[in-house]
Design a protein around this ligand. Sequence first.
Ligand SMILES: Cc1cc2nc3c(=O)[nH]c(=O)nc-3n(C[C@H](O)[C@H](O)[C@H](O)COP(=O)(O)O)c2cc1C
Length: 154
Amino acid sequence: MAVLLVVHHSPGPSLGAMLEQVLVGADAAGITGVEIRSVDALNAHASMVQAADGIILGTPANLGYMSGALKHFFDTTYNECLGATDSMPYGVFIHGESDTSGALLGITKIVTGLRWRLAQPDLSCIGAPDQSMLEACWELGAAMAAGLMDLPQA
Ligand SMILES: Cc1cc2nc3c(=O)[nH]c(=O)nc-3n(C[C@H](O)[C@H](O)[C@H](O)COP(=O)(O)O)c2cc1C
């Protein structure tokens, strides 16, 4: 079975609502053969990434960058993942109150180094997520999971 890993730091209600929709979408009717594994960024390990076929990253924008928790995830997994996760399809959702560009840029630089590939448009939400943003989160989860269906398994 293919594995979709969702690594997130979701301390507040907006991130929580976005994460929930990502997970509901990933588990949508019609998606088969994909196991969804959701883990807090502070508890994620390189082995989890290496066991995944796709990954979704979720973070608040904090002080112009990604959360310390997601940065910690990269700090502690980067070297083990480098060269072992090439071409990993990834998606990303970010929440902020004013400007998420620094967070997105930071993530993009790191995953470019890892040679991951953006599989779905990145999502940035400013302020409380409205219905269309929540639907976009659902779509992100569903599209990422659907993209892993029918992968040849070792
Ligand atoms: C210390 C701190 C720094 C923050 N820095 C930014 C920032 O640089 N850009 C931004 O858009 N939002 C910033 N925010 C807002 C957070 O992104 C927001 O509180 C977070 O996404 C959680 O939102 P929620 O509680 O509605 O889920 C900051 C919040 C805190 C507490």
